[in-house]
Design a protein around this ligand. Structure first.
Ligand SMILES: [Zn+2]
Ligand SMILES: [Zn+2]
Length: 257
């Protein structure tokens, strides 16, 4: 499995894009960034999008992808997977013919551009050669993380999405090869992190201790670029102290799972 990071930042500044991870060119994990980072041809390859929660920094590229598909008279649909609560928010607040056209009804063929498909916490589902399960995590709005396993290789990726200290997803992480876990704030902002449903490096360390066996490789997503230097230092110190192989993701890079 190859994961291309279209964005992995907890805020937008030049060079820092909102979270979106393209798996093997076809399946997008969160959709904070698409058109700002992917050329047209590569955008047409995306057929499935897994959404962790309805916050704007994780969904905001979807309306523009739909628009690009229509502009070029492309006839395919993109399936957007999320919990019923997340999809209801997308319908009610975004694709509502006010903020943006309702692309679940618009199409260049008989198929609509966007198809919303509701998923259930803890219930595996199939996406184009992968087995995927969502687990509820602890954020300020209903949110899930995902475990994605490629049928062909058996390799598995865990992605937390946005979360504060949480429990359930770690119980299913025993045979995961790579984890992408959020760390938004530095250690001295723990109060704000907890209040807003996010992690610090110290809180991440406590989360890793909840796992039977931490994955071979841990990547950090969602750091606030305003505090990136401090977070970088604290993650480096943690790596030294715990021996966990951990690094902060870089936008534009491709990682092997
Ligand atoms: Zn969020
Ligand atoms: Zn976020």
């Amino acid at each position: 499995m190859k994961v291309k990071v279209l964005g992995s930042s907890g805020a937008e500044l030049p060079g820092y894009n909102s979270p979106a991870f393209l798996i093997d060119g076809m399946v997008l994990l969160d959709a904070g960034t698409i058109g700002a980072s992917l050329k047209e041809g590569a955008q047409w390859e995306i057929r499935d999008i897994l959404i962790s929660h309805a916050h704007l920094d994780h969904i905001k590229a979807i309306p523009f992808l739909a628009d690009n598909i229509i502009i070029k008279h492309k006839r395919h649909s993109v399936t957007v997977f999320g919990t019923s609560s997340t999809l209801a928010d997308l319908r009610r607040h975004l694709l509502n013919d006010r903020l943006w056209p309702d692309f679940t009804r618009i199409s260049a063929s008989i198929k609509p551009v966007l198809r919303l498909k509701s998923i259930q916490d803890g219930k595996p589902f199939r996406v184009n050669g992968y087995s995927v399960t969502a687990y509820a995590v602890n954020h300020t709005v209903p949110a899930v993380g995902y475990i994605i396993r490629e049928d062909k290789s058996g390799r598995a990726l865990l992605y937390t999405g946005d979360t504060g200290p949480t429990e359930r997803i770690w119980r299913h992480a025993a045979d995961v090869h790579v984890a992408i876990i959020e760390v938004s704030f530095p250690n001295d902002m723990e109060k704000l992190a907890r209040m807003t449903g996010h992690l610090t490096p110290d809180l991440l360390k406590a989360e890793l201790e909840k796992m039977q066996r931490p994955p071979a490789k841990v990547y950090v997503t969602h750091p606030k670029p305003q505090y990136i230097r401090q977070i970088r230092k604290e993650i480096a110190a943690m790596r030294k102290k715990t021996g966990v192989v951990i690094e902060i993701l870089k936008d534009g890079e491709t990682y092997k799972v």
